[in-house]
Write a protein that binds this ligand. Structure first.
Ligand SMILES: Nc1nc2c(ncn2[C@@H]2O[C@H](COP(=O)(O)OP(=O)(O)OP(=O)(O)O)[C@@H](O)[C@H]2O)c(=O)[nH]1
Ligand SMILES: [Mg+2]
Ligand SMILES: [Zn+2]
Length: 298
């Protein structure tokens, strides 16, 4: 009898499918499921799949993938295939430390574009607050607050923000993502200390994380909902059409359609409403530069 389950983890050859039992079922994927399409990563963590569970002792088969509600995806480079980091999540929690590793708004903006494209709610988690001053925190926090985003400031050693994090996760499926070493896994570990989750350190020489989490993994929360921990990412290329990028910058939206030229890319064109908004400081330099950087990389 086929059953519906959720992919909570995958390795090169196996998919771990949660069907509500104490242990996930190990499954293979039918070679003809994608009509012999050899691309990997066609089934991602969070996908709902139909599996054949006839033989409980052995690995089962994934027979079918159900349509996705949302997805967080990227490309490795311009011409590589789309890679789905997680599907069917409600929120993407972009974790960025202020220091160690240092804050980069460009990466946050790239994740936000991907979240917005994929139908997820974007949340910014400013982590390791114990390593910075309140002034540093406020300058970043105020930028994203003014754009209407939900922001959480956290510190694991000081237990700061943990109650709010718990509340945010409650009854939803959330994906933690960001640079390596920003403390994604540490946040889960702080909430659920008895779970087996590996934490790394940040190299004192390079200031970078050590890519401790190797693959996306989904955990069922005791309070209801799920959380997906993902590996740290250095470069993130959202899978957005260039002519739709501007619609994913929330503060650009009021000016769209007001440029002189139809199909304006807001870069070199004269009488551009976005450039005018930037010149009169209604759009910040940081965000306008993010837009340019993403546009040029697409
Ligand atoms: N000072 C401070 N250090 C923290 C905090 N949270 C995490 N760390 C440290 O940051 C380092 C990296 O933590 P991880 O949780 O492994 O980071 P990650 O984002 O999961 O990294 P990857 O799995 O490599 O992507 C560890 O040494 C943690 O102890 C915090 O709030 N404050
Ligand atoms: Mg990790
Ligand atoms: Zn324009």
């Amino acid at each position: 009898m086929p059953q519906i389950g959720t992919v909570i983890r995958r390795t090169k050859n196996f998919y771990y499918v949660d069907i509500g039992e104490s242990e996930p079922r190990l499954c293979h994927i039918r070679a003809n499921l994608f009509h012999g399409n050899p691309k990997t990563n066609l089934v991602a963590v969070g996908d709902q799949v139909e599996i054949d569970t006839a033989d409980a002792g052995k690995a089962g088969w994934i027979l079918k993938m159900l349509p996705r509600r949302t997805m967080l995806s990227r490309r490795q480079s311009t011409d590589s295939p789309e890679q789905v980091l997680a599907s069917n999540a409600d929120k993407v929690l972009v974790v960025a430390s202020l220091r160690s590793p240092p804050f980069r708004n460009g990466l946050v903006d790239r994740f936000f574009v991907a979240g917005s494209c994929g139908g997820l709610e974007n949340v910014l988690i400013l982590s390791k607050a114990d390593l910075s001053t309140e002034e540093e925190i406020a300058s970043i926090k105020n930028l994203y607050l003014s754009l209407g985003y939900n922001i959480l400031v956290t510190s694991v050693p000081e237990s700061r923000g943990m109650d709010s994090l718990r509340e945010l996760l409650h009854h939803h499926t959330s994906v933690l993502c960001g640079h390596s070493g920003v403390g994604k896994s540490s946040l889960i570990k702080a909430l659920y200390p008895h779970w087996k989750i590996r934490i790394g350190d940040v190299s004192s020489k390079s200031g970078k994380g050590r890519h401790i989490t190797r693959m996306a993994e989904m955990y069922r929360l005791p309070s209801g909902g799920f959380i997906v921990d993902t590996p740290g990412i250095r470069e993130f290329q959202p899978t957005v059409a260039p002519d739709e990028l501007d619609t994913h910058f929330v503060e650009f939206v009021p000016y769209l359609g007001k440029c002189r030229f139809k199909g304006c890319t807001h870069r070199h064109e004269p009488q551009c409403a976005i450039k005018e908004a930037y010149a009169s400081e209604k759009i910040t330099e940081k965000r306008y530069k993010s837009y340019l950087s993403i546009y040029e990389s697409l």
